[in-house]
Design a protein around this ligand. Structure first.
Ligand SMILES: Nc1ncnc2c1ncn2[C@@H]1O[C@H](COP(=O)(O)OP(=O)(O)OP(=O)(O)O)[C@@H](O)[C@H]1O
Ligand SMILES: [Mg+2]
Length: 221
């Protein structure tokens, strides 16, 4: 039987990496077989086009590569990694935990289309990846809602203050704010689970967010 497939989503610096590791460890401690995935798969050459795009080789503005082209870059990385490395895990594990997935295209790339094209974009994106490329559809998508002003602070140490190391998404606050709008739209339309990660612009503790995620997993799956 296929794994229960959980996606941890959120904007840059929202805590996806931190939480997906903690949740994976807790499920393993409970005795389950768990595979943790991270997208894009930066260790693999399959992410080359994503690296070119985020590195600004195709233009310094995210809009220089349209929503559908950029989505295709991320999609081919995902399907190649599925075929090459986690197809078997998907059949054999109890849980797959993915840090980002198809749902990241719906957040980041959908922000490039007009409001009245959003539904078409979502339909195209889901059909392309789940039906045509045949990567598995998640059972639950957990959206970590950390306000961008807070996540920017959380990430401030990452590049030791060297702004030039940020990728074309990270250095464009305006783009990130549009992505947050897309995320909230998708959250409602696609019934993602909403985890509020801050109160009055103060992040909740890492442990309390992990507990909220586990509560969702235990109730939904
Ligand atoms: N609730 C929290 N409170 C305080 N610090 C946090 C919290 N969650 C995460 N952090 C810290 O914030 C930083 C960003 O977290 P993390 O790397 O998990 O985010 P991410 O969503 O994976 O980021 P990216 O999208 O850039 O990969 C890390 O230094 C992490 O330790
Ligand atoms: Mg991360």
């Amino acid at each position: 039987m296929a794994s229960k497939f959980i996606v941890i989503e959120g904007l840059d610096g929202s805590g996806k990496g931190t939480q997906s590791k903690l949740v994976t460890d807790i499920l393993k401690d409970r005795g389950y077989k768990v595979k943790k995935l991270t997208f894009p798969d930066y260790d693999s050459p399959t992410s080359s086009l994503v690296k070119m795009y985020l590195g600004g080789e195709l233009g310094d503005n995210p809009d220089d590569v349209n929503a559908y082209a950029a989505s295709a870059f991320y999609a081919v990385d995902r399907v190649a990694s599925f075929i090459q490395s986690w197809k078997k895990d998907y059949q054999e594990c109890d849980y797959i935990i993915a840090d980002r997935y198809v749902t990241s295209n719906i957040i980041y790339q959908m922000s490039k289309v007009s409001d009245d094209e959003r539904d078409d974009y979502i339909e195209w994106c889901e059909d392309f990846e789940y039906n045509r490329l045949c990567v598995p559809k998640p059972d639950v998508v957990i959206y970590l809602d950390m306000p961008p002003a807070v996540s920017q602070k959380l990430m401030s140490g990452r590049y030791n203050g060297d702004e030039s190391k940020k990728d074309i998404h990270e250095k464009n606050m305006n783009f990130l704010l549009c992505c947050r709008e897309s995320a909230l739209y998708a959250l409602k339309k696609l019934n993602w689970e909403h985890v509020m990660c801050a109160e009055n612009d103060t992040p909740k503790s890492i442990e309390s967010i992990t507990q909220l995620i586990l509560d969702i997993i235990d109730t939904k799956l």
